[in-house]
Design a binder for this molecule. Structure first.
Ligand SMILES: CCCCCCCCCCCCCCCC(=O)SCCNC(=O)CCNC(=O)[C@H](O)C(C)(C)COP(=O)(O)OP(=O)(O)OC[C@H]1O[C@@H](n2cnc3c(N)ncnc32)[C@H](O)[C@@H]1OP(=O)(O)O
Ligand SMILES: NC(=O)C1=CN([C@@H]2O[C@H](COP(=O)(O)OP(=O)(O)OC[C@H]3O[C@@H](n4cnc5c(N)ncnc54)[C@H](OP(=O)(O)O)[C@@H]3O)[C@@H](O)[C@H]2O)C=CC1
Length: 533
């Protein structure tokens, strides 16, 4: 008998960030593995002209719920949306809704956050740190609360190389910062942000570090656990292999490489690519919720949810697997044939950016203009460069995370739970996983049908022929310019034993080529066979 799924049956759960990538997988797994869960409250804000109800209705249509829809057709009845905005005082929850939450909720999963690396500090603080503090205040008043699970990131303490499952001192005193951003002008905050961040690479990891510390300071008597996933990738098995609906982390990079737009990436081939499938994170999160509520550990447990120390995988291997998958299963309407390479050399990267990113984009945009269409490739390339700049901090270094608590938790699960909530990443076969991830990106992120693969392959053949024709023409043009100006080039050409090319000259001929008259004769002889006049 599964203890974890039995625990959630009959319980009332509150989830923040349920409309996000990980939140949806959490809601799905919870409803599918514990069909008798009493209610799942989700905090949702209205967004982009859609009301909270419309957003939830759209969310439930999402493919990720297909499996639970089949198993429990009425699963949506368990979901209770609550209008909320985490950056507002009291989370902007109505008094009536608040009362309902305070009297019913048994477990809180806090997933909501801004994960943007370039988020202005004020907003990142308001959401990731102050939002967490407000949710904690609400949780303190919940009468039946058994556990509060906070999703952090393995990179919250990325200024350290070895990261244990403990809370480290924060980069700054959170409350002082809150005061500061409250009265300082937005533009001044922007100006002093680099100083405040110090060694932290972005506002995301900085505010996540602050929120971990805040939780430790203000947890009171609450039973809390913190989950720290590394780079969350597509699902390994559940609800479908390769399920993904976010361009964040590595997914956008895979797509850009598969489309042939991204050709060069700053990364260290030998650095650990610490990726973790989303279903593994969610299984660990649910198991940690159960353990925290039932076993009530004396100290707050932090779970580093990473793969590097257990089943390491490297950026160099990732490049190979991604490229090999997209060559065998191309994306539709690729810009060029997929051919991305990693380099840790800044100058080499700049060279390839110029030759393989910017030059083709300029030519393509010129072609679009000439054919009366809107140029767009340079815009895409600039956006890609911006995101690569922000990601390279993570692709050029390795970190060591201890995973004792993850191992301890695995040891606490019974045999059935070990299967139902599998987070044993030793079983992860990276080449298979990356293939399924890339195919998942094709299917679920880009909505491409697998039946379109023959046409996509045909398109790649067309691109290859265009490339051959373009390269040949370019060679001929360069050669003509060179030949016309350089005696040395003509002499070198003389030694190229091309079939049907000029005969290898004798020494006499070479000496003779010094004279003006023979130079003319040679330049006629030297025309490569393939130049069409
Ligand atoms: C061969 C391969 C080897 C791989 C070799 C190394 C890879 C090396 C990876 C390291 C990975 C570390 C990961 C750290 C570990 C965490 O903690 S992971 C979670 C952390 N968060 C993130 O990854 C978020 C990073 N993203 C951002 O900060 C912002 O999206 C960016 C990159 C600054 C771009 O901002 P922006 O230009 O304002 O664009 P934004 O509005 O965000 O997006 C516009 C559109 O482009 C899409 N998009 C966003 N990003 C991308 C993207 N990268 N590509 C394509 N589309 C994208 C969006 O979905 C959006 O679509 P719509 O909604 O408009 O339909
Ligand atoms: N993805 C990754 O690789 C990693 C993620 N994590 C952590 O996991 C958690 C989930 O990440 P992920 O699912 O990828 O992120 P997403 O960006 O996909 O989802 C973020 C969620 O937070 C909600 N949210 C954002 N702002 C507010 C707000 N002001 N009020 C209420 N809700 C809000 C979003 O709602 P809305 O739909 O309204 O925008 C969305 O549901 C985060 O805490 C993140 O730090 C940790 C490590 C890696």
């Amino acid at each position: 008998m599964s203890s974890v799924s039995a625990y959630y049956n009959g319980k009332t759960v509150l989830i923040t960030g349920a409309t996000g990538f990980m939140g949806k997988v959490l809601v799905e797994k919870l409803l599918r593995s514990s069909p008798d869960v009493k209610a799942v409250y989700i905090l949702v804000r209205p967004k982009a002209g859609q009301s909270m109800q419309e957003r939830v209705a759209n969310m439930l249509k999402c493919k990720v719920f297909d499996r639970v829809r089949e198993d429990c057709p009425n699963f949506h009845e368990k979901i209770k949306p609550i209008n909320a905005e985490l950056t507002q005082p009291k989370l902007a929850i109505s008094a009536e809704d608040e009362e309902e939450l305070l009297t019913r909720v048994n477990i809180v999963f806090h997933c909501a956050a801004t994960v943007r690396f370039d988020e202005p500090l004020k907003h990142a603080l308001q959401l990731n740190a102050m939002g967490t503090q407000r949710l904690l205040e609400l949780a303190q008043q919940m009468q039946k609360l058994e556990a509060f699970i906070h999703i952090s990131t393995a990179y919250a303490n990325c200024v350290r190389k070895c990261i244990d499952e403990i809370i480290y001192p924060p980069p700054a005193e959170p409350k002082k910062l809150f005061d500061l951003v409250e009265w300082l002008d937005e533009s001044i905050i922007q100006d002093i942000t680099p100083k405040l961040l110090g060694d932290w690479p972005n506002t995301y990891t900085y505010t996540k570090a602050l929120s971990e510390y805040l939780i430790q300071q203000e947890k009171g008597n609450l039973n809390i656990a913190i989950i720290r996933p590394s780079i969350v990738g597509a699902s390994w098995h559940e609800p479908f292999p390769g399920w993904i609906d976010s361009f964040n982390g590595t997914s956008g990079i895979f797509v850009a490489a598969g489309k042939g737009i991204l050709r060069t990436v700053i990364a260290n081939n030998e650095a650990v690519a610490d990726m973790i499938p989303v279903d593994v994170v969610i299984n660990l999160t649910l198991a940690a919720g159960w353990y925290t509520a039932v076993h009530r550990p004396k100290n707050m447990l932090v779970y580093n949810c990473t793969t590097g120390g257990i089943n390491p995988f490297f950026w160099g291997e990732m490049e190979q697997y991604v490229m090999s998958t997209f060559k065998r299963n191309p994306l539709e309407q690729a810009f060029r044939t997929p051919n991305a390479h990693l380099t840790s050399n800044y100058l080499i990267n700049q060279y390839w950016i110029t030759v393989s990113h910017k030059a083709p984009a300029i030519l393509y945009d010129l072609y679009m203009r000439l054919t009366g269409r809107k140029p767009r490739m340079m815009k895409i390339i600039n956006r890609l460069h911006k995101s690569m700049m922000l990601l390279q901090y993570f692709s050029t270094q390795s970190w060591d995370w201890s995973s004792d608590n993850m191992n301890m938790l695995m040891g606490q699960l019974n045999t059935e739970d070990k299967k139902l909530y599998n987070f044993d990443v030793r079983q992860l076969h990276w080449s298979e996983y990356i293939e399924s991830y890339c195919l998942g990106a094709k299917k679920y992120l880009l909505n491409e049908d697998m039946s379109g693969i023959p046409a996509a392959k045909q398109h790649l053949r067309k691109l290859r022929n265009i490339r051959y024709a373009f390269n040949t023409t370019l060679l001929v043009i360069i050669w003509r310019i060179f030949i016309a100006r350089s005696q040395m080039a003509r002499n070198i050409w003389y030694f190229v034993p091309l079939p049907g090319g000029p005969p290898i000259p004798s020494n006499q001929q070479l000496w003779a080529s010094e004279s003006e008259s023979s130079r003319k004769i040679h330049s006629l002889q030297l025309q490569p066979a393939f130049i069409v006049h």
